[in-house]
Design a protein around this ligand. Sequence first.
Ligand code: MAN
Ligand code: CA
Length: 178
Amino acid sequence: MIKVVPLLLCMLIAVCLQGSSSSDSVSGNAGRLDRVESQVAVLQAQQEGGSDNFWNIGSKFFYIEENQKVNWHSALNICRELGGHLADPDSQQELNSIKQRLTRGRHYWLGISDLANEGLFLSQDTGKRATFLKWIYGEPNNYGSYEHCVELKSQKDRPFLMNDAPCGLKSYFICERE
Ligand code: MAN
Ligand code: CA
């Protein structure tokens, strides 16, 4: 015990010095904060999205995150940590089942983007062209030239359909597991 206390103190001081001494400590700290935030998001989803919270459609399992909004890349990461991937529904039937559980007015990330190639929407899971795309009328419009990630969105009493949106936007999301 007597030896442990000074050791812990040394570690604490080392951590504090590391946090304040580097020349790019501001950006360094921002990076660290991002990582801590994303770890917390994963832990939170793991608590809520434990295997019991995935529900079954056909041969797949889905999880809808309704408690925290994150950007598209964090959503990808969280779904992976939950043992699945950001969802890419591949039939109208699947989309209908998912839609019933969503909350109106909210936006939910899907695992589809045209980040690699403008206008070519790929499934993050397969790396191939998304097979099932159901756009809101007028979408995808790449609004402002920076919309590369696909979300499910409903406006007023309209049904949930797809829209391309900025990947940095924080939204709820849907994970899928085979
Ligand atoms: C907002 C965003 C865009 C979308 C337009 C449609 O600006 O959701 O992604 O294309 O609305 O009006
Ligand atoms: Ca759009």
